[in-house]
Design a protein around this ligand. Structure first.
Ligand SMILES: [Zn+2]
Ligand SMILES: [Zn+2]
Length: 389
């Protein structure tokens, strides 16, 4: 199973899907059906969810807003949902947490401007959290107000033993675990011709290498964490601060993916914690302690168990992986209760198709362990943060 599959193991091999007749027209999803294609197959008469094109939700008079760009788990095209990505808007500045497939378009649909970008924060280096990172920065580079700090995981340092114990092909085998700074410098190098020709044909003085200011998140000294001990109990630590936000991080357990972080943003008006991809974790409860909004990932293991017959050749291994890498609704409720948060917003929904698991089902199951307000996130929904509500 590839790393990509490990984040979204429901990606059924195309031949298997065809044999099952899961997708009649699989062109767009031929590389990965994830949960969406499977759900579609079981609800062929249901209408595909419509694509949101403008903001919904009520942020009240809050100057600080949580805005969901994309809410789907996995590297997949999901009807009605972009890949995972959120924005914290603080006045005229925006801070992005993860940038999955489609989030650059959602950023524009939300009416946000590239010049507002004041920071990007990447929870971990799975592709479904990265696809639009460069697009967000590069689609309108001239409009950036200056270098954008990008904070994300550093080099893992080692890969885990291959699944099944059999060796697997590696990309760049001499340097197989690049971190955020490596990734950004590689992207800029790969786009060099485009950047150079635009400058030379227009006479622009854009110093592209300085626009993308990548920082590998450095763990506090003494943290006993590694590729084999991914999320020891620890205290949150500071990764970024300006005059609008303070951003803290903590390690979370996301299967073998290391480092994986949860982030907490504190502003003058209130606080928001993003769990990142994680299984149940006391570290998430620790960093979310008393915050106004907890944005938490979630997986419906019952749905995956019920649909195991059309999950390709993965069998029960899927459920094992999902349990080790993601969080059930009831577990989200436990984290929220332990942390005493003001409300829960579910995102990174697996499966993401609302025809597979309804908003009401997600909410009901979280509320078995948490009595506060719970919302199943939808793209382009905004929430007011803090005391001006
Ligand atoms: Zn992941
Ligand atoms: Zn993910």
């Amino acid at each position: 199973m590839s790393e990509l599959d490990r984040c979204c193991p429901s990606a059924t091999p195309p031949s298997r899907r065809a044999a099952l007749g899961v997708l009649a027209a699989a062109t767009a999803a031929s590389w990965s059906a994830c949960t969406t294609g499977v759900a579609s197959a079981k609800s062929t008469s249901a209408t595909a969810p419509s694509e949101p094109t403008s903001l919904s939700g009520d942020a009240g008079r809050s100057r600080t807003r949580l805005l969901l760009l994309g809410t789907a788990a996995g590297p997949t095209f999901t009807p009605g949902r972009a890949g995972i990505g959120s924005v914290l808007v603080v006045g005229d500045r925006t801070y992005i947490v993860d940038a999955g497939l489609g989030t650059a378009r959602r950023f524009g649909q939300a009416g946000l401007q590239a010049a507002s970008l004041a920071g990007m924060f990447i929870t971990h280096l799975h592709s479904d959290h990265l696809f639009d990172l460069f697009n967000l920065l590069w689609t309108t580079p001239g409009a950036l107000s200056g270098p954008v700090p990008i904070h994300g995981p550093g080099r893992a340092g080692a890969l885990p033993e291959p699944y099944g114990g059999k060796s697997v092909p590696l990309v760049d085998a001499g340097h197989p675990t690049p971190g955020t700074a490596d990734m950004i410098s590689g992207l800029v190098a790969g786009y060099a011709y485009d950047m150079n020709i635009r400058n030379t044909e227009s006479g622009a003085q854009t110093d592209h290498e300085k626009l993308f200011e990548a920082h590998d998140i450095v763990l506090p000294s003494g943290t006993k964490a590694s590729a084999t001990e991914t999320s020891p109990a620890m205290r949150p630590f500071r990764v970024f601060e300006d005059d609008r936000v303070r951003v803290g991080a903590i390690l979370v357990p996301h299967g073998p993916v290391f480092p994986s972080f949860a982030f907490r943003f504190d502003t003058d008006e209130g606080s928001v914690t993003f769990s990142g991809d994680t299984t149940y974790s006391e570290n998430v409860a620790r960093i979310a302690d008393g915050c106004d909004i907890l944005v938490h990932e979630v997986v419906d293991l019952d749905w995956f168990a019920a649909n195991a017959d059309i999950m390709g050749g993965y069998g029960p291994g899927i459920l094992e992986h999902m349990a080790q890498a993601h969080t059930t609704p009831r577990q989200v409720g436990r984290v929220a209760s332990d942390a005493g948060v003001g409300q829960v917003v579910l995102s990174h929904l697996a499966p993401g198709d609302p025809r597979a698991v309804t908003d009401g089902t997600w909410v009901k199951n979280v509320r078995k362990a948490y009595k506060g307000k719970v919302t199943a996130g939808r793209d382009l929904t905004q929430y007011g943060v803090g005391r001006r509500r």
